[in-house]
Design a protein around this ligand. Sequence first.
Ligand SMILES: *[C@@H]1O[C@H](CO)[C@@H](O)[C@H](O)[C@H]1NC(C)=O
Ligand SMILES: *[C@@H]1O[C@H](CO)[C@@H](O)[C@H](O)[C@H]1NC(C)=O
Ligand SMILES: *[C@@H]1O[C@H](CO)[C@@H](O)[C@H](O)[C@H]1NC(C)=O
Ligand SMILES: *[C@@H]1O[C@H](CO)[C@@H](O)[C@H](O)[C@H]1NC(C)=O
Ligand SMILES: *[C@@H]1O[C@H](CO)[C@@H](O)[C@H](O)[C@H]1NC(C)=O
Ligand SMILES: *[C@@H]1O[C@H](CO)[C@@H](O)[C@H](O)[C@H]1NC(C)=O
Length: 568
Amino acid sequence: MANHKHFSAVLNVLKATIVLLLQCTKIRSVVGVSLATQTAGRWKLLMNNTGVIAMHMALTHYDTVVIFDQTSAGPSGYRLRRRFGGKICTTSPADMVDPNCYAHSVEYDISKNQVRALQISSDTWCSSGSILSNGTLLQTGGYGSGARRIRNFRPCKDHHCNWSESNKLLSNARWYATTIVLPEHDRLFVVGGKRAFNYEFVPKMGKEKSYDLPFLHRTFNSREGGNNLYPFVHLSSDGNLFIFANRDSILFNYRRNKVVKTFPRIPGGGGRNYPATGSSVMLPLDHRNKFQVVEVMVCGGSATGAYRAARRGQFMKGLRSCGRMVITGNRHKWNMENMPEPRLLHDMLILPTGNILIINGAKTGCAGWGNARNASLRPYLYKPKNQLNRRFSILRSTKIARMYHSSAIVLTDGRILIAGGNTNKNYTYINVPYPTELRLQAYHPHYTESKHNNQRPRNVTIHYARGDYGIKYGGEFRVRFKLGRRRKEDAIEFNIYSPPFATHSFSMNQRLVKLRRKIMAREGNGEWMSAIVEGPPSANVAPAGYYLFTVVYGGIPSVSRWIRIIHS
Ligand SMILES: *[C@@H]1O[C@H](CO)[C@@H](O)[C@H](O)[C@H]1NC(C)=O
Ligand SMILES: *[C@@H]1O[C@H](CO)[C@@H](O)[C@H](O)[C@H]1NC(C)=O
Ligand SMILES: *[C@@H]1O[C@H](CO)[C@@H](O)[C@H](O)[C@H]1NC(C)=O
Ligand SMILES: *[C@@H]1O[C@H](CO)[C@@H](O)[C@H](O)[C@H]1NC(C)=O
Ligand SMILES: *[C@@H]1O[C@H](CO)[C@@H](O)[C@H](O)[C@H]1NC(C)=O
Ligand SMILES: *[C@@H]1O[C@H](CO)[C@@H](O)[C@H](O)[C@H]1NC(C)=O
């Protein structure tokens, strides 16, 4: 009897094992590897209503996010009890449509998951910005009376801060321009915009005005709505600017107003900049080549004729191709590869691991109100160091379309914050194919999962040299963190990331720099490690400012810490 019982128990275990094995092989053979990646990561709805469309978004070093839209879109989703001037907003028909009774900018507090209204006075529609070395967001241009405006947002601890308008103006009206931080202390380069084929500096030296940039005249395609607005600009480690517009690109010495290199045209046809709206990143800079090899990447965009077709209600398939090109050295060629599907209006973000996330966007049409269809719901992960054809994988999809006027940013804990999306004039929630999107989401990449916790560097602290409040160029700093024993120390990386200003699918000033460690040692027999890390050698490699510092072990990042790089 007892024997029989034992036998049937063994039999049951065997049966269960066989069923399990069969199921596993079935899953493997039917869906293969793709199942594993297409369920990678997790989406979480954070808020149903951020109040304003996240046309523009930037992370501050107080772990808040500044979000703003245009001021001329009428009532937003955030109604104020009182106007900023103090007068009560009543329910009278006039007050219900008065734009001053609505917020057009908010500050999102990440830890509290709340927004508060910010006052923004002039129209920031399709504008640009950069974060200065002291953490102040300097924001440039916009529309109408806001087109030449310069605004500041000084983030602060008690979250009472607010936008302020500078009494200085830009030399030119800049609507759809790009702004980038230069290596010189807090000097910005503002380039392009509608009918602005030139660039200027903020702040100016002496009587400086704007400078004509023939490259922008040349790349302007009027039949396609421009296709060279919001140019992609990256600061190369040689101190020159890489400027990409439409399909062409140059290396530009802004100190001498001189084109240093003209690169070959990117293959693949169509256009890459607004309204064709692909995206671009500079791949991580690496101490292993002394930061001397700089490679840029451009992905997606719209087909030739997409702008005119969209005006007629036809939505052409977007571009599938990406190009990578090394812009340093003296041989330049675009190396082309394809994304899993056509894509435009997407954001390209550098993850703390150095891989690239492609998120948001659409498959057909182009930028502009009502001009795109077929939302891209599945993010891609791109591993730049993998072999060709093994770089892209498809991640878990979302149900929320994020096309024109949406944005995405990397947060301190490695999540991605996703907001916005509006393909309509004003805030429109009914009777349109894509209603105005005010929900706020986070995408949690696979590396945030708790199953990686035993591999994750923890309790990271940064220790500057005595008496310093940041790292000077060429200086070093000490890092302490915890990591389980018996680890391969070669697999540890120390990365810094500059939080960008995101708008219109381009993250201005986004860069990731892989720093060199000089010494690393375990403290005793425990889990604590201590390392001496070399800061960036110059402002060309990393302009001064607040960066996110991350310790990465075998592809699993720590929570990032704010680190400050200062001019000596
Ligand atoms: C959003 O709204 C839905 C439907 O009303 C509700 O079920 C959900 O809990 C809300 N989510 C958040 C994060 O507020
Ligand atoms: C959008 O809002 C503005 C400002 O309130 C208003 O003047 C305009 O008529 C609105 N446009 C549409 C299409 O509703
Ligand atoms: C940062 O610098 C800018 C430009 O010098 C200045 O306007 C701003 O007030 C400063 N912000 C802080 C927080 O000191
Ligand atoms: C924001 O600052 C402006 C001055 O720049 C001030 O008039 C306004 O009352 C402030 N608003 C809030 C909400 O603090
Ligand atoms: C876009 O959506 C339409 C309608 O669902 C579909 O017929 C078409 O194949 C889609 N195009 C692409 C490129 O996905
Ligand atoms: C380390 O971090 C964990 C959270 O990840 C925290 O609970 C713990 O208190 C920290 N330990 C030390 C020594 O700072």
